[in-house]
Write a protein that binds this ligand. Structure first.
Ligand SMILES: [Zn+2]
Length: 253
């Protein structure tokens, strides 16, 4: 029963995340006015705004003008619903569930906005650092000290790499947004997870980046946003960090 509630809660929050993804880069209010079709500007009625279900019933088209509704909407709703369920199964009805769900939701918004616009909005990452630090005082999964070192290491290390990269190649490889994102990841997951996230994010990013270059014939100057890979690395660290670190230390005994 509670599993179903967590899925529904996740889908509803996913619907709100879609609003954030659409409006934050335009610096529009996320609460007012209500949703509109981007094609015909008709306002979307509440019964056409049910997460996942409305998209299926309307077969991905606007009720009025039959203009296409982006597949991003059901995708974000579906992934957020699934994240909510998986986190609830892991942490149960606790503050840790709420904390990590807020963290994953923030990563979700950052990932999609970074894919579309190549920016990571400060309005998510900076308050995220504060929320992560505060949560470390309450939840038993992380100490405040670990969280604080995570922020400093996350912000500091990537800042160092970014500065070095710019100095070596005379152009910006990583944005300041990535630095603040990694500081936020450090706040929620601690300093060990920061190292793991950089390793995983670089590894996955390189594999996908090289694949795109080979497939599309684009050269190395083609900028691929790093935020989505850092976010993915952070989610893997959240679920498998302990196991991966233990396994790594075991191999290097
Ligand atoms: Zn329309």
């Amino acid at each position: 029963m509670w599993y179903i509630v967590s899925i529904i809660f996740g889908a509803i929050l996913g619907s709100f995340l879609n609003v954030c993804i659409y409006r934050l880069p335009k610096e529009e209010s996320i609460v007012w006015p209500g949703s509109h079709c981007p094609h015909c500007k008709n306002s979307i009625k509440f019964y056409d705004n049910i997460p996942l279900i409305s998209y299926l019933l309307l077969r991905g088209k606007c009720r009025y003008c039959k203009g296409p509704i982006s597949a991003q909407y059901p995708l974000v709703e579906g992934i957020t619903a699934l994240s909510s369920l998986v986190l609830f199964m892991r942490f149960g009805p606790s503050l840790a569930y709420i904390t990590y769900f807020a963290f994953v939701a923030a990563l979700m918004v950052i990932t999609v906005i970074d894919l579309y616009h190549q920016i990571i909005p400060d309005v998510i990452s900076l308050p995220g650092i504060g929320v992560g630090l505060l949560a470390s005082l309450i939840i038993p999964q992380i100490t405040f000290f670990n969280s604080l070192i995570g922020v400093l290491l996350g912000g500091g290390s990537l800042f160092l790499v970014a500065t070095l990269y710019q100095w070596l190649f005379k152009r910006e490889g990583m944005g300041g947004g990535d630095v603040k994102l990694l500081a936020m990841i450090g706040a929620f997951l601690g300093w060990k997870a920061v190292i793991l996230t950089i390793l995983l994010g670089s590894l996955i990013g390189s594999i996908i980046g090289i694949s795109i270059m080979v497939l599309k014939g684009k050269d190395f100057k083609y900028a691929i946003p790093f935020g989505p890979f850092l976010s993915l690395g952070a989610v893997i660290s959240l679920f498998y960090g302990e196991i991966l670190i233990k396994w790594y230390l075991y191999l290097n005994r």
